[in-house]
Design a binder for this molecule. Structure first.
Ligand SMILES: [Zn+2]
Length: 69
């Protein structure tokens, strides 16, 4: 019995980019979004955001990112 190959349908998974506030440990939306498939290949450097939790400016890089739907 054979199963016909069903082509995997690629749907873009657009995720919101959140970073964790180092002062309050709360997740903070950066206002940026990214296609999850492209995330691995996308360099994210030298970004900053003004944190709504602690009012400080946080510099963040890719390793700080949490993707959320
Ligand atoms: Zn903060």
């Amino acid at each position: 019995m054979s199963t016909p190959a069903v082509p995997a349908k690629k749907t873009a998974m657009i995720k919101r980019i959140l970073v964790r506030c180092p002062a309050t440990a709360k997740l903070t939306p950066t206002g940026l979004t990214i296609d999850e498939d492209l995330f691995a290949d996308t360099p994210l450097k030298n970004h900053k955001l003004t944190c709504p939790h602690c009012q400080q400016v946080h510099a963040w890089t890719k390793k700080d990112v949490v993707l959320a739907r």
